[in-house]
Design a protein around this ligand. Structure first.
Ligand SMILES: Nc1ncnc2c1ncn2[C@@H]1O[C@H](COP(=O)(O)OP(=O)(O)OP(=O)(O)O)[C@@H](O)[C@H]1O
Ligand SMILES: [Mg+2]
Length: 454
């Protein structure tokens, strides 16, 4: 059994409710038509269908060297649609998201940051045949020993495991290393897993969601079929690494050598390292030992990029052999390209714009706003009365959708303070008094300036 092995960190326990956590896809039917509400997305039908076509083109390899620009007013779902695209593309396609402003980091050069982002968005898929034990876990029992220093802690020592396929059943006794992984990955009865027979690496594929399996837990998991055939078998394992990951491991190897001579490692990856990786990858590709998986580099608020970044991106799209699909989003109309005095559509150079398919998002109707707020309230577990939802919808229409969303949790806290579990319209009103929107805050400061600074 291997001595050193990378152990995956345990799944994050806290449920993160981010602004787009309700979105699970683009909500399209088999014909690519958008359902009014689907996968957490509401309305914005044209843009979603357009995004669906782009996803298909990406999957079919027809988007190489091209990109997409999503334009529309603030809060109309540009970022949401990009998130939906990422979900549709699935885990196997790299999707790297960054904000345009991220290039202004003081630690690392703009072009270096973009280079790394581009290379993170390109995957190389390897196939390997491994001898594994695979099946659905029917029994798992971990044996513990006392921690040598901490009387309250226990350490896993070994585990007994029953794995079952449709045709076979095997009882395994595994050592400490495997037991630790079983605990860290929270392997339970009903999970489908495989264990590398040589290295002991544990991999959780998902849960066997048969009829008998009840969905009482809140954890998100993938449903998978119960494997058939023998438990112990040769299995083709497919995994995807990004070019950036390969760069890093190559750089680490070189750094290890260099550190012998006292040369410190740098934050930037030397170009020779990338060239070396490109060369090896090309060799693997030509020998058909690996496949290239061009992913997506999504740059949100792309108007924050400057001319230097734009020219770098355009040049890369044009010249590089390994390029991801570029997806940009902006809410700017005709404006200056950063770093120049030139005005241009969306503040972007024309030669880049020329290569982009443009998708537009439209302002929402009241009906769409109401539905989006309903989904968010559900996601954030804020129980709204119909009147509260109506008021929020009105605020969403008159002020902005984001502002209406941001009032939800404060309104819930206000209701809670009053000893209520349901949020009433008056709680929403109170929240809107406590927290103003940008229009109101700027108006307020301007008014004060007129009063005091003259
Ligand atoms: N059609 C939609 N269906 C469901 N949720 C949506 C939809 N459109 C937007 N949202 C949600 O509304 C919020 C604002 O949308 P989003 O952040 O995508 O706007 P944006 O167009 O990217 O705005 P900005 O230009 O300010 O970046 C997010 O929480 C998003 O998930
Ligand atoms: Mg956005």
């Amino acid at each position: 059994m291997a001595e050193i092995r990378e152990v995956k960190p345990a799944e994050q326990e806290m449920k993160r409710v981010s602004a787009h956590s309700h979105i699970t896809g683009l909500g399209l039917d088999e014909k690519g038509r958008a359902k009014f509400v689907g996968d957490g997305l509401v309305g914005q039908v044209e843009a979603r269908e357009a995004a669906g076509i782009v996803v298909k083109m990406i999957r079919d390899g027809k988007m190489a060297g091209r990109g997409v620009l999503i334009v529309g007013p603030s809060g109309t779902g540009k970022t949401a649609i990009a998130v939906g695209m990422a979900r549709e593309l699935g885990e196997d396609t790299p999707f790297v998201a960054m904000a345009g402003s991220e290039i202004y980091s003081s630690e690392i050069k703009k072009t270096e940051l973009l280079k790394q982002a581009i290379r993170r968005a390109i995957g190389v898929r390897f196939r390997e045949v491994k001898l594994v034990y695979e099946g659905v876990v029917r029994k798992i029992k971990v044996g513990f020993v006392k921690h040598p220093f901490n009387p309250y802690a226990r350490l896993p020592r070994e585990a007994e495991l029953v794995l079952e396929t449709k045709d076979d059943r095997v009882t395994l006794r595994v050592g400490e290393e495997v037991a630790v992984q079983l605990l860290q990955q929270r392997v339970r009865r009903g999970d489908v897993i495989w264990i590398d027979a040589k290295t002991g690496e544990v991999h959780k594929s998902g849960r066997a969601c048969g009829k008998e399996e009840r969905r009482y837990d809140v954890e998100v998991y993938k449903c998978v079929d119960i494997p058939s055939g023998p438990v112990k078998k040769d299995k083709e394992i497919v995994y995807t690494l990004s070019l950036h990951a390969l760069d890093l491991s190559q750089a680490a190897q070189q750094a290890a050598v260099l550190s012998l001579f006292g040369v410190p490692a740098s934050k930037e990856i030397p170009d020779e390292v990338r060239q070396h990786v490109d060369k090896s990858v090309k060799k693997l590709l030509s020998e058909r030992r690996a496949e290239l998986v061009p992913g997506v580099l999504f740059i949100d608020d792309a108007h924050m990029l400057d001319i230097e970044a734009y020219s770098f991106l355009t040049r890369t799209l044009e010249e590089s052999e390994f390029v991801p699909i570029l997806v940009l989003a902006t809410n700017r109309g005709f404006t200056k390209i950063r770093g120049t005095d030139i005005e241009a559509p969306h503040g972007m150079p024309l030669d880049l714009l020329d290569r982009l398919l443009i998708i537009r998002t439209r302002p929402y109707t009241a009906e769409e706003i109401r539905e989006i707020l309903r989904i968010r309230a559900d996601e954030e577990e804020v129980p709204l009365t119909e009147e509260a939802l109506e008021l929020l919808t009105k605020i969403g229409e008159e002020r902005s959708l984001r502002y209406a969303m941001q009032l939800m949790e404060p309104a819930r806290i206000i209701a809670e303070r009053e000893g209520r579990t349901k949020v009433l319209a008056e709680d929403v009103k109170k929240a809107a008094e406590y927290f103003v929107d940008v229009r109101e805050s700027t108006r307020y400061v301007q008014e004060m300036e007129e009063k005091f600074l003259r």
